[in-house]
Design a protein around this ligand. Structure first.
Ligand code: PEP
Ligand code: MG
Length: 849
């Protein structure tokens, strides 16, 4: 606990006892500037404790404080909190202005300048300190008359004359700033930005460096990098006052900083001062190890530095600045990595809605896949494909998506669904494709048959209307909006390569297609941790064969259909192995219920009857037969593998033949085969025996040997509890936390979106457990499963491949539990990699302590 600081105030000198934790960031930064020799006017710091005492009525010795600033003090007061992002009261300038100073300054600087200083002070004091109605203090013109009017207005409003004594002015300013900080609204606002409830406010009192005078005078800010790109470039502004107020009004007082064809520049007008500013910028960068924005004044040709703050920056700029500082050996690579918030990388990976532009929101849902996209509304996959064929970007709007929509999703620029949650079909697929997606927009009503989407406020949108979805914020917006493009530039790649070097937990990608695999490679994934093979069967040419297989009455017919699918699957896997060039590829055997491959509409069923040359009634009967009350808990995953073994046998053969094929091209492939939805050891035993037999057959047929590794997906609570038995037949276990969360909570991953918002809002769940791993419940199952598996088979490889694999908190949990790798959507690999690097850096730092 911090001890109470009874010091009333401290002049900031190089050796003064100033700490960020007691005086705030601004005070500490000013001390650093002073230590570096920057020309900072005299400054005094008041600690958090001192300011708190002011708020409760205990003033410091104001005369003693002001005496540090000479006989006629003129000072400013600025806030100095622990973090500039927490906000705080605005600065008050020119405290000490009164009738006498006004007259003296009129002599020294001219009447106009003195009038302006006095009027502006009266106005800001009246509005921000005495908290009077701003309407009465809005006068722009500065002259004797307007000053008199302002003084009169003050007196009328407060029943007392405008305070003339600098001590009284300062006291009131300090009190009002201290109280503003302690107010409930201000506290709630800063807490929302991450400030602790008891965050303190320090204040700095600084001698005014007016930037007014006959020789070149003025005020400005300068920074040395561009806030949007992070590239080295001098930007800022400088307002020259030496030309007088009249010139300023005509815009002549504005000097560009650097040589500029549009007009005069500071560089040309005051080359020495400009060079001095550049030198200070460089010194700040080297010694403060940060890109700073410097606030300065020039008074009669002399430079004063009033303050310096960290340059505001986009995530893209933050990455470039961090990499550039490390490249120049100013900070270490570890520090560069630690300076970037993993989630911030999303801004670089996807287009974003430009925060500076206007947005007209018509709906809000769950931000399921980051990035933004604009396009015409389409209500079905066929329309999405047609739109893509015309080269028109579209947004696929559905009640919810199913595997049948995959082709539509591939064709769309973004996806918006009325139902669903973080791990619903639309969300998972969209993240895999890097497609912006908003799900669970329960407030909108979809009338797909009428081609209408009705927003909560009654606005109606039709097919073809342009909308924008923002998968980062979860908003749906009317029309097209300004966008910021993704920035996968050299700085991003450099940062990622540094993260790979320090990361001590593997990061693989969930990749189903060659395109996914290529993205995974581009982002430096350590392999594929989950290839969901069923997605391969939704391609146009395969769906009919798949349906033939489902409709087969005998094993022989089924095998005949599967024989047609075999070469297609083999080609899929060969391509994946080729792209991954010897990196591990984990292929999950078929998982979904078969009825997902069947048409649901009467029209679709008639088409199928035509294609299969069957009576429509047969098709209807078969579809009805296969439909289940609760398909997610029905005939899917390993249950299909046990009861319809030919499917897994075909897949195993395709994997082995592809292995031989890819190895012939030089890649050392050892495929990993994973069995989904296991709940009992015997299931694994049965499937393993069959796969071993297929491997033996392929080895004999091809006259060549190969290895493979068989693993189990732990996604039922029972599999976690029985991991000790199951692992006897499994070289690796991968926790499928999407289904495991669904089954642990008894919470449908496709329907949870309907009430999740309300549950989180009412504190039933701290977070959406499909988004952030529930470490207390699901996490305990992970630990139990991992522990039991390791006891029985110490060399077992453990991983997580549910959507949580890309989430920083879940990665920390898995790393602590000693997992070997996490696997997530390809577009989340960079974020996961950086989060993992942060954990490794923090652990190394802890060890070094
Ligand atoms: C899971 O359940 O966590 C998983 C990765 O599989 P899927 O999302 O395909 O059910
Ligand atoms: Mg699953």
């Amino acid at each position: 606990m911090q001890e109470t600081d009874y010091t009333e105030f401290t002049e900031i000198t190089p050796s003064a006892d100033i700490e960020t934790a007691r005086h705030g960031g601004r005070a500490k930064c000013l001390q650093r500037l002073i230590r570096l020799g920057l020309p900072v006017p005299k400054t005094v710091a008041l600690s958090f404790d001192a300011v708190h005492r002011i708020a409760v009525g205990q003033m410091p010795d104001k005369s003693a404080l002001l005496s540090l600033f000479g006989a006629t003090p003129l000072v400013s007061v600025r806030p100095s909190s622990g973090d500039p992002d927490w906000g705080g009261p605005g600065a008050i300038l020119n405290i000490g202005m009164n009738a006498a100073t006004h007259a003296a300054l009129a002599e020294k600087l001219g009447q106009e300048a003195a009038d302006r200083l006095y009027l502006r002070f009266i106005q800001s004091y009246a509005i921000h300190v005495a908290r009077l109605d701003p309407d009465r203090f809005e006068e722009e013109a500065c002259n004797h008359e307007t000053i008199r009017a302002a003084l009169l207005a003050y007196e009328e409003e407060t029943d007392s004359p405008f305070p003339q004594a600098p001590e009284r002015q300062l006291g009131q300013v300090l009190r009002s700033m201290a109280r503003a900080w302690e107010g409930t609204t201000a506290r709630l606002l800063r807490q929302a930005k991450g400030a602790p409830a008891d965050a303190g406010l320090g204040l700095v009192v600084q001698e005014m460096a007016l930037g007014i005078g006959p020789v070149e005078s003025g005020s400005g800010v300068i920074q040395y990098v561009d806030s949007t790109t992070g590239l080295h470039q001098i930007t800022g502004r400088y307002l020259s006052q030496s030309q007088g107020r009249a010139a300023l009004k005509q815009g002549e007082g504005v000097l560009y900083l650097t040589r500029d064809p549009r007009g005069r520049s500071l560089e040309e007008q005051c080359p020495e001062i400009f060079e001095e500013l550049k030198r200070w910028g460089d010194i700040c960068r080297q010694r403060l190890r940060e890109e700073m924005q410097i606030e300065f004044t020039i008074e009669g040709g002399t430079l004063h530095v009033l303050d310096a703050v960290r340059v505001q920056r986009t995530s893209r700029a933050a990455v470039r600045i961090a990499v550039s500082l490390a490249d120049d050996f100013i900070i270490s690579r570890e520090e560069a990595l630690a300076r970037i918030e993993p989630r911030a990388l999303n801004e670089l990976l996807h287009s974003q809605v430009d925060p500076r532009g206007a947005r007209d929101r018509f709906a809000r849902g769950i931000p399921a896949s980051p990035g933004a996209a604009t396009g015409k509304i389409v209500f079905g996959s066929a329309a999405a494909q047609a739109s893509a064929a015309r080269g028109e970007p579209c947004i696929l709007v559905r009640r919810e998506t199913s595997p049948e929509d995959i082709r539509g999703m591939h064709a769309a620029a973004g996806v918006l669904t009325e139902r669903g949650g973080m791990t619903s079909h639309a969300a998972v697929i969209a993240r895999g494709l890097g497609l912006p997606c908003v799900v669970g927009v329960s407030e909108m009503r979809l009338k797909a048959r009428d081609g209408q989407l009705v927003a909560a406020d009654g606005r109606v949108f039709h097919e073809g209307d342009i909308i924008t979805i923002d998968g980062t914020s979860g908003e749906a917006l009317v029309g097209a909006v300004d966008m910021l493009e993704p920035a996968l530039d050299d700085a991003f790649r450099t940062l990622l390569s540094w993260a790979e070097e320090v990361c001590d937990i593997g990061v693989r990608a969930n990749a189903d297609t060659p395109a996914d695999a290529q993205t995974a490679r581009n982002f430096g994934a350590d392999g594929i941790g989950l290839c969901r093979t069923e997605h391969m069967f939704f391609e146009e040419d395969r769906l009919t064969v798949m349906r033939e297989m489902i409709f087969a009455k005998t094993e022989q017919d089924r095998r005949a259909a599967l024989d047609q699918l075999l070469p297609m699957q083999r080609a899929d896997f060969t391509r994946l192995f080729e792209i991954m060039q010897g990196l591990p590829v984990c292929i999950r055997l078929f998982d979904p219920p078969l009825h997902e491959f069947l048409p649901h509409s009467r029209e679709g069923m008639s088409e199928l009857a035509d294609a299969l040359d069957l009576p429509l009634s047969d098709v209807i009967r078969r579809v009805e037969f296969l439909s289940e009350f609760n398909p997610m808990l029905g005939m899917r995953g390993v249950r299909l593998g046990v009861t319809v073994p030919e499917i897994y046998e075909m897949q195993a053969r395709a994997i082995f033949e592809a292995t031989i094929e890819a190895r012939r091209k030089g890649d050392p492939v050892v495929p990993e085969i994973m069995i989904p939805l296991v709940s009992a050891m015997r299931e694994v035993e049965l499937v393993k025996t069959r796969i071993d037999a297929v491997a033996a057959a392929v080895r004999t047929e091809r006259g060549t040997d190969f290895d493979y590794r068989l693993g189990v997906m732990v996604e039922t609570p029972r599999a976690a509890l029985r991991a000790g038995d199951i692992v006897q037949h499994a070289a690796f276990l991968s926790f499928g936390t999407n289904d495991l969360t669904q089954m642990t909570y008894g919470l449908s991953r496709d329907d949870a979106g309907r009430f999740m918002g309300s549950y989180v809002q009412q504190g039933v769940f701290p977070e959406d457990p499909f988004h952030t791993l529930d470490v207390d419940g699901v996490g305990e199952l992970l630990l139990i499963g991992a522990g039991r598996a390791r006891n029985a088979r110490p060399e077992v490889v453990l991983s997580i491949c549910g959507e949580h694999g890309g989430n920083a908190e879940s990665i920390a949990f898995c790393r602590n539990a000693g997992f070997d790798y996490v696997s997530c959507s390809p577009f989340r690999v960079p974020v996961a990699r950086l989060a993992a690097a942060h954990l490794a850096i923090a652990a190394a730092a802890k060890l070094a302590c």
